[in-house]
Design a protein around this ligand. Structure first.
Ligand SMILES: Cc1cc2nc3c(=O)[nH]c(=O)nc-3n(C[C@H](O)[C@H](O)[C@H](O)COP(=O)(O)OP(=O)(O)OC[C@H]3O[C@@H](n4cnc5c(N)ncnc54)[C@H](O)[C@@H]3O)c2cc1C
Length: 353
């Protein structure tokens, strides 16, 4: 019992609300909040809270979180260990980053150093430590393409260990860390390739550009869709793509196409190795009758005016407003197409059902 009174080594913050820590800018007050500035502080803080069975939430950049309003029965631990090592230990292309490093700073540093592999992941908000959690990806690349090892604090065993990326079961917007909280990512390690040109850019038909140009182009395209954070633009007060692209049997995809009618010729269909078909959630949402900006000008929570897949806070939304809108979209899509969209962000203290 006396571990209960042990003081976590991390900096204690006061007056913190999840609305201040998340890009949706909604969510209530945790019991307490700590900011861990080193990997050791992060692991030790979580271990002490676990010993006293205190419910906790690890927060990086808060860009994939939907958290309930009001008083929250949990303690927030913010990962703020932000070191970045490029060509670590003299190994060309080896990159290590602390969990709290800003992901886009990591990308910028690697592009600057002439390393290719994550340039298409430019502009994804959040922390390096969260990238394995849902295997972030964009424009045809995923962090799993380059991730070699992850330094974990295993909350089940209390061990701190480097584990191979293969042990995380990385898949489309998924790893066995997501939703389970079984371990805390302390650091990540990636192997990139020294190169002048980028990996093939899917949005440019596979063209390769000089690394810095590729990064600039991705940032430009993302910004045009409200997918780069900008405090002055409510279209970016979001959690990014709110639903994952549904992966369905061919028969279901055909049925969606039949329901859509003549427009079906433009329906994106991405065949998967296992014979299933990945559909575009954004396209389906629009065809289910939810245009950009839905439900209109007075609503505190709306679809982005640039992209139907982002649910946004127009300045005064509460978590309930966001959840209500998500439910309306999910139910509307299900009623029209029989496809149930699954939210991409991590939900804390709220649910769609
Ligand atoms: C405008 C916008 C655009 C986006 N675009 C993309 C995109 O193109 N592709 C994409 O994949 N995602 C995208 N996202 C989603 C989001 O940016 C990523 O999921 C990102 O990796 C989340 O990082 P974070 O640090 O903000 O995580 P948080 O929101 O802080 O946390 C998300 C989850 O990960 C857990 N977590 C965070 N850090 C750790 C850690 N160190 N150890 C263990 N668990 C941890 C949290 O507890 C929580 O469960 C976008 C989001 C926004 C707002």
């Amino acid at each position: 019992m006396h571990q209960h009174s042990a003081t976590p080594p991390a900096e204690r913050l006061s007056g913190v609300r999840l609305a201040d820590l998340t890009t949706l800018r909604v969510g209530g007050a945790p019991r307490e909040a700590f900011r861990a500035r080193t990997s050791e502080e992060l692991a030790r803080t979580v271990s002490l809270l676990d010993v006293s069975r205190t419910p906790l939430l690890i927060v990086g950049g808060g860009s994939n979180l939907v958290v309930a309003d009001g008083d929250l029965d949990l303690v927030v631990v913010i990962a703020a260990n932000d070191g970045i090592e490029v060509n670590a230990g003299g190994v060309p292309g080896l990159v290590r980053a602390g969990a709290g490093a800003v992901w886009d700073d990591v990308v910028a540093a690697t592009v600057e150093a002439g390393l290719s592999g994550i340039e298409t992941l430019s502009g994804i908000p959040g922390s390096a430590g969260a990238t394995p959690v849902q295997n972030v990806g964009a424009y045809g690349a995923e962090v799993s393409d380059v991730l070699t090892r992850v330094h974990l604090y295993n909350r089940e065993t209390g061990e701190t260990e480097w584990v191979p990326a293969s042990s995380l079961e990385l898949a489309y917007r998924y790893s066995n860390l997501k939703f389970t909280g079984r371990a805390v990512v302390l650091d990540i390690e990636m192997q990139l390739a020294p190169a002048d040109l980028s990996i093939p850019l899917r949005h440019l038909g596979g063209e390769r550009l000089p690394l810095a140009e590729a990064r600039a182009d991705i940032l430009r395209v993302r910004a045009s869709k409200g997918m780069v954070l900008d405090a002055a633009d409510y279209d970016t007060w979001s959690a990014g793509s709110f639903f994952t692209n549904p992966i369905v049997p061919v028969a279901v995809a055909d049925e969606v196409a039949r329901t859509v009618g003549p427009d079906a010729a433009t329906m994106p269909r991405y065949p998967q190795p296992d014979g299933m078909v990945k559909l575009s959630a954004a396209w389906i949402i629009e065809r289910a009758g939810f245009p950009r900006g839905f439900p209109g000008d007075d609503a505190p929570a709306r679809l982005s005016t640039k992209h139907t897949l982002a649910l946004t806070n127009r300045g005064s939304a509460t978590t309930d407003d966001i959840v209500d809108l998500a439910r309306t979209i999910r139910d509307g899509v299900r009623d029209r197409f029989g496809v149930t969209l699954v939210p991409e962000p991590v939900w804390v203290g709220v649910s769609l059902d």
